[in-house]
Ligand binder design. Structure first.
Ligand SMILES: NC(=O)C1=CN([C@@H]2O[C@H](COP(=O)(O)OP(=O)(O)OC[C@H]3O[C@@H](n4cnc5c(N)ncnc54)[C@H](O)[C@@H]3O)[C@@H](O)[C@H]2O)C=CC1
Ligand SMILES: O=C(O)[C@@H]1CCC=N1
Length: 272
């Protein structure tokens, strides 16, 4: 891997996920710097990953080859404006924020920047993440490779051609771990209502979820509909369960949720 000096601005959930993936895959931890206002998150990162930490965004960014903007969208403008006093011409800027468009970053920094927008997800932390990548404008193959390699340490990557497509990545992968957690959460609540021991229920649910995902991955020639039908015996138990989901319009609900997710990203693009 091309090892560059990295600086994560914001040391929350996603910085932890991405930095963990990097360190686990052998990236030199002393080349990774994370900044944050609160000391607790920095102490935990230092302890767990042995990376450099500080409160000083400007010094950390000045020293880095690659700046990874990892704050919540409503803090992004302030962070970019703070960093805009630096000469950023030789730096690669990667953002992981949802919604904010490449053009907005250009406004915030008020100088020429080399920017790649990315959309990772939390499973990046354990090496099974999914990250969408969008290169804004004229970006060299080397810079694309640097970004791709960084994100690949956390799982799969997929380049997209437009920022609209990146919004689809949010709905399908960035936000979607939460949909699957909600589904499992609902199954566990139902099991609890039925009086099943929580530890037993969690083992059953997590292994079924893992197995279902692996079945999809390992049978690329089968549609997900076919895989579902293979479980569903005519007149059997699964048919009853699926019938309950279909009667509750699960497909319409999922479509609504994903449309709302994209709509929120589009709204954020106007808001920030
Ligand atoms: N959580 C997720 O599953 C995903 C989040 N994202 C994006 O990642 C970004 C970060 O999200 P999380 O890590 O979940 O948020 P988080 O809230 O866990 O972490 C952000 C951190 O930035 C710090 N921060 C705020 N202002 C700062 C400043 N001026 N300088 C330095 N640090 C500052 C906060 O104290 C916080 O610790 C967001 O923009 C979000 O859209 C993208 C993909 C998935
Ligand atoms: O909820 C959010 O806005 C972020 C983006 C994708 C996952 N979390």
């Amino acid at each position: 891997m091309l090892e560059k000096k990295l600086c994560f601005i914001g040391a929350g959930n996603m910085t932890r996920s991405i930095a963990s993936g990097l360190v686990k895959s052998g990236y030199t931890s002393s080349l990774i710097h994370a900044t944050n206002p609160s000391v607790e998150k920095l102490d935990a990162l230092k302890r767990d990953l042995n990376i450099k930490v500080s409160h000083d965004n400007l010094t950390a960014a000045k020293d880095a080859d690659v700046i990874i903007l990892s704050v919540k969208p409503h803090f992004m403008q302030a962070v970019c404006e703070e960093l805009s006093v630096l000469d950023l011409s030789q730096k690669l800027i990667i953002t992981i924020a949802a919604g904010i468009t490449a053009n907005r970053y250009k406004d915030y920094f008020a100088q020429e920047i080399t920017l790649i927008r990315t959309m990772p997800n939390t499973p990046t932390q354990i090496g099974v993440g999914m990250t969408g990548l969008f290169a804004d404008g004229d970006i060299s193959q080397e810079q694309k490779l640097i970004c791709e390699q960084l994100m690949k340490s956390g799982g799969e990557v997929l380049w997209v051609e437009t920022e609209e497509e990146l919004n689809q990545v949010i709905a399908l992968a960035g936000s979607s771990p939460a949909y699957f957690f909600l589904f499992m959460e609902s199954m566990l609540a139902a099991a609890k209502d039925s009086g099943l021991d929580e530890t037993k229920a969690r083992l059953l649910v997590q292994q079924a979820a893992l197995g279902a995902a692996q079945m999809v991955i390992q049978n690329p020639e089968l549609t997900t509909a076919q895989l579902r039908e293979n479980v569903t015996s005519k007149g059997g138990t699964t048919a009853q369960a699926i019938n309950a989901f279909e009667s509750g319009n699960i497909r319409g609900l999922v479509k609504q949720a994903m449309d709302d997710c994209v709509a929120r990203a589009q709204e954020m693009a106007k808001q920030y």
